[in-house]
Design a protein around this ligand. Structure first.
Ligand SMILES: Cc1cc2nc3c(=O)[nH]c(=O)nc-3n(C[C@H](O)[C@H](O)[C@H](O)COP(=O)(O)OP(=O)(O)OC[C@H]3O[C@@H](n4cnc5c(N)ncnc54)[C@H](O)[C@@H]3O)c2cc1C
Length: 407
């Protein structure tokens, strides 16, 4: 038998894979991290543009709350500022529903958000605001997402002051660089994992086969569901769990104009976030407290559907039309538009995961090691209510290291 190339091979150099590889390396293991792209970070993707006063995030942008997984890294963070402008629903319209979910949702009798809303006497405004909030934030569908996972998410967020949000001042990619291990091999598209207890052979598209005692798989849920990596033998439990979860869709677009023209609308002066019922790009945010002519639109869950398969030019036009209606002003001169289509990206195939009604146990099963040899991490394997976030991905990296080292 050829010698092992490493003790552990980690597949994927996003927040989860980088964390796992670095921590395993620190524990004295020989680790190789294989990444399909020509860069690290995965769904963290930052553009640094000399003419724009803030880094442009095309993937994760906010640090939600004060999760130690991120704060302990010591990166300089800046809290977001500005008003929340609700153009349609009255402010706080979703609060009663959210409080009820947190209080009443029960994993043993899980139900969809839609059923939860329909069974209670909420006003139309409360229903609309709650569904819009969840579908936007979780990139989910109200007829699919389970309230048990939402309750877990709300409680976890409360414990870390999750209503506050921060920017990584130097750009989110500085986080990816800060946690990178020493041996990351880029342009390494993993296609096959052959394994038996205590031994794995990882096949890369360029023909290389690398061997190790264990493998940690951190590819996004959408990629796992698509069968992009062939396992021999198949870890049936894991693949069934992956298919029980949903991978949501989201588009974000960032524009730089010649000036912050939206400030000319009295209602939008000082806006941090603008929330509307537009059919696409209903949500927008500015860069406050940094004053810049830069604004970002967000369209997720069902509001991503009309954008799927569209060209960048078409998406730009649809976003500008939404912004025009929202601001009720002639648009300023658009200088730049930045967008990454995560749905069309073969190494992501969507935005982030969420849990359909009744599927919370699937998250736990996805996090269970298979014969002390195959391990799975990444935001979709979150156990604490951090799914779909960078801190959730990092937490899953820490969890997998504990499973391997027993420490
Ligand atoms: C548009 C958008 C906005 C977001 N906004 C926020 C936010 O504001 N705040 C927040 O906390 N979170 C946000 N998120 C979620 C956050 O980005 C993710 O939860 C987190 O980055 C996921 O990390 P990960 O390591 O689990 O997966 P990834 O970062 O996706 O890493 C997986 C890696 O596996 C690689 N890979 C895939 N296939 C293969 C293969 N066959 N072989 C080798 N490598 C492979 C990929 O290239 C990738 O680098 C956002 C996500 C998106 C898409």
């Amino acid at each position: 038998m050829p010698p092992f190339d490493a003790d552990v091979i980690v597949i994927g150099a996003g927040a989860a894979g980088l964390t796992a590889a670095r921590e395993l390396e620190r524990s004295g293991r020989r680790v190789i991290c294989l990444e399909a792209r020509d860069r690290v970070g995965g769904r963290i993707l930052t553009v640094h543009d000399a003419d724009t006063p803030v880094p442009i995030e095309l993937g994760a942008e906010f640090v939600h709350g004060r999760a130690p997984e991120i704060w302990n890294l010591g990166l300089p963070l800046r809290e977001t500022e500005g008003d929340f402008i609700h153009l349609e629903a009255p402010e706080g319209a979703a609060h009663r529903v959210m409080d009820d979910i947190e209080r009443l949702a029960d994993e043993a009798h899980d139900e969809t958000l839609l059923d939860f809303l329909n069974r209670r006497d909420y006003t139309p405004a409360e229903r609309l605001a709650a569904a819009a909030f969840v579908e936007g934030y979780d990139a989910a569908r109200k007829e699919r997402i389970g309230v048990a996972s939402l309750a877990q998410e709300f409680r976890a967020a409360e414990a870390i002051d999750g209503d506050s949000s921060f920017h990584v001042i130097a750009g989110y990619d500085s986080l990816a660089r800060a946690i990178a291990p020493s041996d990351v091999r880029l342009n390494s598209i993993v296609e096959a994992i052959e394994w038996r207890r205590g031994e794995v052979a990882v096949g890369v598209r360029d023909g290389h086969v690398l061997r190790a005692e264990r493998v940690v798989v951190t590819i996004p849920l959408g990629v796992l569901q698509a069968g992009a990596i062939r396992f021999d033998p198949e870890p049936t439990q894991i693949l069934e769990a992956a298919h029980a979860l949903d991978f949501g869709q989201a588009f974000r677009i960032t524009f730089r104009f010649d000036r912050a023209f939206w400030e000319d609308n009295e209602k939008l002066k000082g806006a941090g976030f603008i929330l509307s019922n537009e059919p696409v790009f209903p949500t927008w945010w500015t860069t406050l407290p940094v004053a810049a002519p830069v604004i970002t639109g967000w369209s997720a869950g069902p509001k991503a559907d009309p954008l799927i398969g569209k060209s960048k030019d078409e998406i730009v036009s649809m976003a500008l039309a939404s912004l025009q209606r929202i601001t009720s002003l002639p648009l300023g001169r658009m200088e730049c538009a930045w967008l990454h289509d995560w749905q069309a990206d073969p190494f992501t195939r969507g935005a982030y995961s969420y849990v359909p009604a009744g599927a919370l146990p699937a998250r736990r099963r996805l996090a269970e090691p298979v014969e002390d040899t195959l391990y799975f991490a990444g935001e979709a394997t979150d156990l604490i209510g951090y799914g779909g976030t960078v801190h959730g991905a990092i937490a899953s990296g820490h969890r997998v290291v504990k499973q391997i080292t027993g420490e």
